[in-house]
Write a protein of this length. Structure first.
Length: 213
């Protein structure tokens, strides 16, 4: 399988339960809920995405011929950016990473002791042997992956309110204010909800606040 990667870089996880974790972010190209083109945004299932996942022209992006090629690139990115670090940590994101992340790539990474995390919209079932599964449901999309380590809900989505997901089999529940022109009001509303429902933890996009990718 050939893998299409928009960009790859070493950074800190900026949101959710693993905020502050050093990781290689590997952003796959493509999504099944939006084309990534602005002219298609209004009619997309997910129309509030804040990420460019189109093409392969980002830092260290490109086409990777097979699982070993991409696995080696991820490990090289980790080694070049860290010093005397433990086992590599990678976060697969997108777009939708489960359109490309397969058992071959997982096996190649596991052979090198890599900790594998994903950030998925939950419309595709996750393969086995992923160490951290974070699902971010979208209001009008089917939720196939209904268990995992973290459910991170962008808030508010009128047709996907927190009550709809609280009974699902996730270890952690995060509420993340929707970015955009209403960001301040959304943050205030998410904070109020978390205070009343302490099973939810507020997730802030700290990477935007401190100016990192």
């Amino acid at each position: 399988m050939t893998y299409s990667v928009k960009e790859m870089y070493l950074t800190l996880q900026g949101e959710g339960q693993m905020v502050g974790q050093v990781a290689v972010f590997c952003r796959f190209s493509g999504c099944n809920l939006w084309s990534g083109r602005e002219e298609d945004r209004a009619g997309a299932v997910c129309n509030f995405c804040d990420t460019d996942f189109v093409g392969t022209n980002g830092p260290d992006g490109g086409k990777f011929a097979d699982a070993d090629a991409l696995s080696n690139a991820i490990i090289d990115c980790w080694k070049h950016g860290t010093q005397n670090a433990p086992a590599p940590h990678v976060v697969f994101t997108g777009g939708e990473p489960l359109l490309q992340l397969d058992t071959g790539l997982i096996s190649a990474l596991k052979a090198e002791g890599v900790f594998i995390a994903i950030e998925t919209n939950g419309t595709i079932a996750a393969p086995e042997n992923i160490d951290w599964v974070c699902v971010s449901p979208k209001a009008n999309a089917p939720l196939v992956q209904n268990s995992g380590d973290e459910l991170k809900l962008v808030y508010p989505q009128p047709e996907a309110m927190p009550e709809r997901f609280r009974a699902l089999a996730f270890r952690h529940f995060s509420l993340q204010p929707m970015d955009g022109p209403m960001a301040a009001a959304n943050t205030k509303a998410a904070l109020a909800y978390c205070q009343k429902h302490p099973e939810w933890r507020l997730s802030i996009q700290t990477h935007k606040m401190i100016g990192i990718d």
